[in-house]
Ligand binder design. Structure first.
Ligand SMILES: [Zn+2]
Length: 378
């Protein structure tokens, strides 16, 4: 790693510094970094990281009090601080990336992305990746109706929403996008109207369609960058169709649902992680319960109709949205790539329930995936 000459290192406001005698403590999101500083040089260096000086100027000003410090030493320490995530480049500008409306509307997002940004990053670009991204959202039920509104709030620019169902009274314990007056009307129509009122800049392509084959899903998702599948009918088959369609098109998938008292989700990145078929093969020998959940010969399924509890719906939505933001902005790798994460309502503990790898001889993803299929999204 090397630091570009033009950067203006700024110690992030999210990383406050405390001094105690000969030690410097830098706080960051619940973790404290302790640095020994008997001469006070680190404290002086930190005071110069206000975003107004280049690396060369930082060394120049530091030399006034500590003439023995070399430019190489300053660079080395700054590289360490940058690797720890303490620094951002105050020289980056939103010009040509975001307009005034976007800067205001997504100010808090941008500040969040800034907490992940390194000296070589531009936090404004992270937001623009969300705007330029095209997401397929399969299903506008409990999870999908939350997700569409949340995606509009996050600043996702383009969504293709696929749904065929109508609003029912029993949806309204969790599908808060709809109203009593919507009962009997198509979900898609109401959802698009509500969400566009909330964010006039989002483009929603409404596809009123029941998915019933791999080819249907391929058509529904083609041309998009990421797929979020929260359609749960027909039960197990939809998982297979969406999996195969995502592998064929090379589009990453994040998906999840409720299993009564637990929320589950996983992410598949074609060409990198194993697919659902790989998972099925691997658990068939090791885990009878998961095998049953995943196979078409069982009545059990992920995403039951009879129990759907609002708090778990909201949490699952958050997990899926977080995966989407990770995949699109690159702030951090997806949490659930190639593994099933679960949260149990009993104790709110999050754990890895399953993990699988890519099988070279998988009947779905074993064939070579085109090289351009695994390019970064957005
Ligand atoms: Zn596979």
């Amino acid at each position: 790693m090397s630091i570009d000459k033009g950067v203006l290192p700024l110690l992030k406001h999210t990383n406050p510094v405390y001094g105690t005698g000969e030690r410097v403590l830098i706080n960051g999101f619940g973790e404290v970094t302790t640095i020994s500083d008997p001469t006070g040089v680190i404290r002086r260096l930190l005071s110069l990281l206000d975003g107004s000086r280049s690396v060369e100027e930082i060394h120049h000003d530091l030399s006034a009090d500590f003439p023995e410090v070399t430019p190489e030493q300053v660079t080395e320490v700054l590289e360490q601080f940058d690797a720890a995530g303490f620094l951002i480049n105050a020289g980056v500008s939103p010009e040509g990336i975001l307009d005034d409306y976007e800067l205001q509307r997504w100010e808090r997002n941008i500040n969040f992305f800034g907490s992940y940004a390194r000296l070589g990053d531009n936090k404004y670009e992270m937001q623009s990746r969300l705007r330029d991204c095209r997401v397929s959202l399969l299903g506008l039920g409990g999870l999908g109706s939350h997700l569409l509104l949340d995606m509009a709030a996050l600043g996702i620019g383009n969504v293709r929403a696929v749904e065929f169902d109508r609003v029912e009274l029993s949806n309204l314990n969790r599908q808060i996008l709809y109203r009593e007056s919507d009962i009997g009307r198509p979900k898609l129509e109401r959802a698009v109207e509500r969400v566009q009122e909330f964010n006039s800049r989002i483009t929603i392509e409404a596809v009123e369609r029941k998915l019933s084959s791999v080819q249907d899903v391929v058509e529904a998702i083609s041309g998009t960058d990421v797929v979020i599948c929260v359609a749960d009918r027909p039960k197990v088959e939809i998982v297979s169709w969406v999996n195969e369609a995502c592998v064929r098109t090379g589009i990453p998938l994040t998906t999840g649902g409720l299993d009564t008292q637990r929320a589950v989700y996983y992410t598949i990145v074609p060409g990198e992680t194993g697919c659902v078929q790989c998972w099925r093969r691997q658990v068939s020998t090791t885990d009878e319960l998961s095998h049953g959940l995943l196979t078409e010969k069982t009545e059990r399924r992920i995403g039951g109709d009879n129990a759907a509890f609002g708090p778990l719906v909201t949490m699952t939505t958050g997990f899926l949205l977080g995966e989407l933001a990770r995949l699109v902005t690159g702030i951090a790798p997806p949490v659930a790539a190639g593994r099933l994460m679960e949260l149990r309502f009993g104790d709110y503990a999050m754990r890895e329930a399953e993990r699988w790898t890519r099988s070279e001889d998988c009947t779905v993803c074993g064939a070579p995936v085109p090289a351009d299929a695994v390019a970064p999204v957005g």
